[in-house]
Design a binder for this molecule. Structure first.
Ligand code: AKB
Length: 326
């Protein structure tokens, strides 16, 4: 049977890039992007879906004879703390809806992203093992830890092939993150290219696990392509890219922008970051499906600066053309 993919949360930081990759892989007509609203520049097949509405998910799944679902919609760590109960409600309800529709429609494979946010102070925070104790301190982390267990439950009880990765902070030039504790690591590159001062909401020495967009997309596809018998982790796989602190990324950026200026104003996100791992042991992913990250901080910095410069120059040329059109 032909693979037909539904992406829920396709407008997001990862969703927008993953949608393009999956369209290249499976063909445009076989990948249905969805989110709360359709964006003006949206390309390809798009359906508006509020994932808290199970009937709407069911409708789209039947309409397109969907065989795989990527459920990327969630409220992230920092934003989630503004309203813990509604974050829990949204993150869990959307997951249950996806799991239930998938079970009832015999969906082949489901992808559910988890996060390094599932860990807390009781795990070793250096080289954190896949099966370390989980005591998350944010509602986002609690919802991801619970989600991992529900993924496991649906696999054991119903044989639903749910696969998951604990994403580190994702860095990419293609899209912007929103509401996360690791968002600074994208914003900082935008400020550098715009030659503006950067105000960092974390302390300069706060080391966190991060991953480049190209790596995280490849990890997701590799996991989804892995033969079912090789998958031994049914909660979620640790996947590591690189680890760095704000001061380390600043040092890299200053190799290209020596005058780049930064001030540190740690806020509530510092307390979240302080309880997260500094580095991740991803040996289970390496063993089961050959995972290996390909980008260093130096690589990421060079690519981010180059691509963002290109984008800002293109945008200002486009603006000039628009201004002088009449
Ligand atoms: C966040 O900062 O909340 C996310 C994550 C690490 O899951 N980027």
């Amino acid at each position: 049977m032909e693979t037909k993919v539904l992406i829920i949360g396709a407008n997001g930081q990862l969703g927008s890039v993953l949608t393009k990759t999956l369209r290249n892989k499976f063909g445009g007509k076989n990948v249905i992007a969805s989110d709360l609203i359709m964006q003006e520049n949206s390309e390809g097949i798009f359906e508006e879906i509020d994932a808290t509405d199970i009937c709407r998910i069911q409708e789209v799944v039947v309409q397109y004879s969907i065989t795989q679902i990527y459920h990327l919609a969630a409220i992230l760590s920092a934003k989630g703390e503004e309203n813990p109960l509604s974050t829990w409600e949204i993150n869990m309800k959307t997951l249950f809806n996806v799991l239930e529709v998938s079970r009832k429609n015999s969906i082949d494979k489901v992808f559910f992203p988890s996060s390094i946010a599932v860990y807390g102070e009781d795990a070793p925070l250096e080289n954190t093992p896949n099966d370390a104790y989980l005591n998350p301190a944010t509602v986002y982390g609690i919802s991801k830890a619970a989600g991992e267990n529900w993924a496991y439950y649906y696999f054991i009880k119903y044989g639903l092939d749910v696969r998951s990765i604990r994403y580190p902070g994702v860095i990419g030039y293609q899209s912007l993150p929103g509401g996360g504790t690791t968002d600074y690591a994208v914003d900082i590159y935008h400020k550098a290219v715009l030659e503006e001062e950067f105000s960092c909401f974390l302390n300069e020495d706060t080391t966190l696990p991060m991953i480049f967009m190209e790596d995280v997309i490849r990890a997701t596809i590799e996991l989804m392509d892995t033969p079912i018998e090789n998958i031994t982790v049914r909660t979620s796989y640790n996947v590591s890219g690189i680890s760095f602190s704000p001061s380390e990324v600043v040092a890299e950026i200053r190799k290209l922008y020596p005058d780049f200026s930064v001030n540190y104003k740690p806020d509530f996100r510092q307390d979240i970051a302080a309880r997260w791992p500094k580095s991740i042991d991803d040996s289970r992913a390496a063993k089961d499906w050959g995972w290996k990250s390909e980008y260093t901080l130096e690589d990421i910095t060079i690519i981010m600066i180059h691509k963002l410069k290109e984008q800002y120059e293109l945008n200002s040329k486009h603006l000039e053309t628009l201004l002088h059109r009449n």
